[in-house]
Ligand binder design. Structure first.
Ligand SMILES: [Zn+2]
Length: 312
């Protein structure tokens, strides 16, 4: 009896699944298992590498496949190798493309997931979303700037000053009735933040035939952005443009960084009865959900951070 429990305690932990979510914001690696894994992370420079030691785990196909899941499109990880470092310790080595800020943490079982050991690889020098937007906008300026005004004269403009002014005063700009000059035109550009719900580890709702809400919301968000960009004086900014997870607060922070005038969050709910049609409308309720169905829907959306995985 004593021997049995001793063996059980020291049986190597089987890895049930590994996943990689590459994105410009950060790349996430997930190692899932039924038991929590003891781990150790350290970095080596020249060249930049991340090393993760996993104690008492099986080196099976899920871990071996992790190395193959690192694609050329990954912004931060060049390649991965895995092998036994010493008896009882499996070592995962990630070769990096640039200097990074890693975070390694454990998520407790939630929804359909077991324990998840999560490595988030953030860039040491992240791209500022406002700068990215300004660069896109500046690239679009020459044709507008060189176009003659109503008086037949090109408007002399200092691109950088105008663009930043335009974004700052967008909300306070008075309505212009006559044909606007370029600075006025720029000042009236509305920035619309388009947020595709869920993503990465958080699939959102599941359709009857296996479609995932996160993919549907992203497809809709991209179409909405195209429509907005085709509309004069409007520009759409995708909060999430890829299959990765952003916590709820992170989505708001990103919208604020680009001085968004409007935030649209796109979701595609599912319900337990296939007959359900129409839309679900959420309203602030200080006393909790008003019905069982409302509670069920609200719980699904509010769980997003737990399922998506936030390092608390
Ligand atoms: Zn949703």
């Amino acid at each position: 009896m004593l021997l049995l429990s001793f063996q059980q305690a020291y049986a190597a932990i089987a890895i049930s699944s590994t996943r990689v979510w590459p994105a410009q914001d950060y790349t996430r690696l997930t190692i899932e298992s039924k038991k929590s894994i003891r781990h150790n992370l350290f970095t080596i420079s020249n060249p930049d590498r991340l090393v993760i030691d996993l104690e008492n785990v099986e080196l099976g196909s899920p871990l071996n496949e992790l190395a193959k899941k690192i694609g050329d499109n990954d912004p931060y990880i060049k390649s991965a190798r895995v092998g036994y470092f010493k008896p009882g310790v499996v070592r995962l080595v990630l070769d990096l493309k640039s200097e990074v800020k890693p975070q390694l943490f454990v998520l407790k079982p939630v929804s359909e997931y077991g324990y998840r050991l999560v490595l988030d690889v953030y860039p040491a020098h992240p791209i500022d979303p406002l700068m990215a937007l300004l660069e896109q906008t500046e690239a679009a300026i020459p044709e507008v700037a060189s176009a003659p005004t109503a008086a037949g004269q090109p408007t002399p403009v200092d691109d950088k000053v105008l663009v930043s002014q335009g974004l700052d005063i967008a909300k306070s700009s008075p309505p212009v009735i006559t044909a606007p000059s370029f600075p006025e035109l720029r000042a009236r550009t509305l920035i619309i933040a388009i947020d595709a719900g869920h993503g990465g580890e958080d699939p959102g709702a599941r359709g009857r035939y296996g479609s995932l809400e996160k993919n549907i919301t992203l497809a809709i968000a991209r179409k909405v952005k195209t429509l907005i960009d085709e509309t004069p004086n409007m520009r759409g900014v995708l909060i999430r443009d890829g299959d990765y997870f952003i916590p709820l607060i992170g989505r708001v922070v990103k919208a604020r960084k680009v001085n968004a005038d409007l935030f649209i969050s796109i979701h595609a709910d599912a319900f337990i009865k296939p007959k359900a049609r129409g839309s679900s409308v959420f309203a602030l309720s200080e006393h909790g959900a008003t019905s069982t169905a409302a509670r069920w829907l609200a719980k699904k959306e509010n769980e997003a951070d737990l399922i998506g995985g936030v390092n608390l």
